[in-house]
Write a protein that binds this ligand. Structure first.
Ligand SMILES: *Cc1c(COP(=O)(O)O)cnc(C)c1O
Length: 384
């Protein structure tokens, strides 16, 4: 995207400290890329966490138009939002089957991903009360020890269905704990366990792969794959080049530039000292916008990179609630001036790089994007 170096802020970011550009064309390309990788398996989309921060409605609209027919959300509330956009889609809800929510699932045609025997019994009871089989997905834990029945419990149900006979079983899933590190021993173990479970449920579709699983290899694909982070441009496999297109770009605008003499410090805690006479640019973005405080600089560790007109600069000193500083001393004349836009992450500065700097992962930066930014969507979508 182009940088605006002069002139008024575009109307979509007027009055805002920063602006987000969300490229739905890239989102769709990423989905098509993963669908091609998945071969014969259906490519669904994880749109939980407000579409990994991109906006659930916009993500579901763009992906539905591209042909995505199956969505995974975390919460029933997210399922209701997805249903409003995609009346025909299959929507699986990963968390949160309580008695009070049963009507919500039924009213909106949401499929619960049953994660324990208690949830299975609850759904089976709801089915018996209504005198009809209700659709559900079964989550089997193969090593994450979070949601999901134990392998032995699942094998037991396959042999003696009990409550399962009241249910129209649509899909059996498991979730990989370490797929981002493909050589991790747990990944092979989970695959082996999932194969055993899969064999016990012939005629039911199976799903194991998240983004990393898709990229790791066809043995993980089964009947349906569930990418999240890679759709949104994040890196799924550690230590490998990221093949995905950038979807989210965050920019802030320089409000002022000041000269700070050698030996003085910038920001709270006097955390970082100028080792030379420095030009310091101040932006109106801070940790209240979800921009992690730990991405800032100290005397021990320089700040994360940002980019001005494609040239790298570094965050300098602590990030405050609503402000951050950049060292623009090395930029040529005319760059690093009041009014110019700075890429904090996007095509030049991968979100995963900033996240790593802050001691976290791209997922957390994206899902934590603050609500104060102006937002612009690229692609053929109704704006707003
Ligand atoms: C979030 C999630 C996914 C998507 O994972 P990514 O690593 O973002 O691709 C898939 N399956 C389940 C069960 C999830 O919770």
């Amino acid at each position: 995207m182009t940088m605006e170096t002069t002139g008024a802020a575009a109307s979509w970011s007027e009055g805002r400290g920063g602006r987000l550009t969300i490229d739905l064309v890239a989102l769709v390309e990423n989905w098509r890329f993963l669908a091609a990788r998945a071969g014969a398996a259906e490519c669904a989309a994880a749109v939980k966490g407000d579409g990994y921060g991109t906006g659930l409605e916009q993500a579901v609209t763009a992906l539905s138009a591209a042909g995505c027919r199956t969505f995974f959300v975390a919460l029933p509330e997210e399922g209701v939002r997805a249903r409003a956009i995609a009346p025909q889609a299959t929507i699986h809800v990963l968390n949160g089957l309580f008695e009070e929510a049963v009507e919500l699932y039924l009213a909106h045609g949401l499929i619960p991903v049953l994660g324990s025997l208690a949830e299975l019994r609850l759904w089976a009871d709801a089915a018996l009360k209504r005198g009809t089989k209700l659709p559900a997905t079964l989550h089997v834990d193969t090593g994450m020890n979070r949601m999901g029945l134990r392998v032995e419990e699942a094998l037991g149900l396959a042999a003696a269905p009990g409550p399962l006979s009241a249910i129209d079983l649509k899909l059996v899933i498991s979730h990989l704990a370490c797929a981002d590190a493909p050589d991790h021993a747990l990944t092979a173990l989970q695959l082996e366990r999932f194969r055993r479970v899969a064999a016990a449920f012939p005629g039911v579709r199976k799903s194991l792969a998240n983004s990393a699983g898709i990229l790791t290899g066809p043995e993980f694909h089964f009947d349906l794959v569930r990418p999240g982070i890679a759709l949104y441009g994040g890196r799924a496999l550690a230590g490998r080049p990221n093949p995905m297109r950038t979807v989210v770009t965050l920019e802030g605008r320089i409000m002022l530039v000041r000269m700070v003499p050698k030996g003085e410090t910038v920001g709270y805690g006097a955390a970082e000292t100028c080792t030379r006479d420095s030009r310091i640019a101040i932006l109106s973005i801070g940790y209240a916008d979800g921009f992690h405080r730990a991405a800032g600089g100290t005397d021990a560790v320089p700040g994360a990179r940002a980019a001005i007109d494609g040239r790298p600069v570094r965050l300098f000193g602590r990030i405050s609630m609503d402000l951050l500083a950049l060292d623009v001393t090395d930029l040529p004349d005319g760059l690093g001036e009041r009014g110019q836009w700075v890429e904090l992450f996007g095509p030049r500065i991968p979100v995963d790089e900033v996240a790593a700097h802050a001691g976290t992962i791209g997922y957390e930066l994206l899902t934590g994007l603050g609500r104060r930014y102006g937002r612009r969507y690229l692609g053929d979508l109704p704006q707003g």
